[in-house]
Design a protein around this ligand. Structure first.
Ligand SMILES: *Cc1c(COP(=O)(O)O)cnc(C)c1O
Length: 231
């Protein structure tokens, strides 16, 4: 069964890789500009452990407890991405384990991260779709944050992240364009290190790459057809 799962995962990954490469080619971008973050929240540690064997070393989890659990068991060569909301009481335990925190959605959280006095790279989550159900900074709030962001000593804001509304992929394009424009504004307004765009999920990653995504967060499309009884 493990061999079959491994082969299915290899095939899924090959399919995803060729779609990423094609989207890069359409946009005139190098494949190396886009990092695939495999979102392992729906699979066991055993299946997640097959990813580094297949050359995927960037893994994402949206719940801190699950990231703690998997990172303890899986190879240390993995770069963990905290892609979901990080509660302040989970910061201390999470920071030493992760390469990047994707969804920083408030000034309070930024300040709590800074208080750890530990170098950490983060992305600001932006609610570009304006849905009230979504977390994140309003686009209009970003310019006022620039002085505060520039003063952070330990937290390095490396880019922006968004979740597009679930809809036709092409309908997500304006949200991705907006996120890119917001990043460009921050860069020209004194924050040159704001370079990354974490945008694009299984439904819409090709559009996101065409619009400049540097990190795509993929779960469903990688693990479709793979099921296993949890041990
Ligand atoms: C689950 C999740 C993803 C992956 O979504 P898929 O549609 O399964 O690819 C990406 N980003 C976040 C924040 C998630 O929680």
């Amino acid at each position: 069964m493990d061999v079959a799962v491994h082969e299915k995962l290899r095939a899924n990954l090959a399919g995803v890789e060729s779609r990423i490469a094609a989207a890069c080619a359409r946009a005139g971008r190098a494949r190396s500009e886009v990092t695939l973050v495999a979102v392992t929240k729906t699979v066991s540690a055993k299946i997640a452990a097959m990813l580094p064997e297949l050359g995927v070393f960037d893994l994402g989890e949206n719940r801190p407890q699950e990231l703690w659990r998997k990172s303890e068991i899986l190879p240390k060569s993995i770069r963990w991405h905290m892609i979901g909301h990080l509660q302040r009481n989970k910061i201390e335990r999470t920071l030493p384990l992760v390469a990047l925190v994707h969804a920083v959605d408030s000034v309070r959280l930024l300040q709590a991260l800074e208080q750890q006095q530990r170098p950490i790279r983060v992305l600001l989550e932006v609610n570009v779709s304006g849905e009230t159900s979504k977390q994140g900074f309003a686009p209009s709030a970003l310019p006022d944050l620039v002085p505060m962001l520039g003063d952070l000593k330990h937290v390095k804001v490396s880019g922006l992240m968004t979740m597009a509304a679930l809809q036709e992929p092409e309908a997500c394009r304006p949200a991705f364009v907006t996120l890119r424009q917001l990043r460009d504004q921050l860069r020209t307004n004194g924050l040159p290190d704001v370079e990354h765009l974490s945008m694009g999920m299984s439904n819409d990653f090709e559009i996101a790459i065409e619009e400049g995504a540097t990190l795509v967060r993929l779960g469903t499309v990688l693990f479709e057809g793979i099921s296993e009884p949890e041990a």
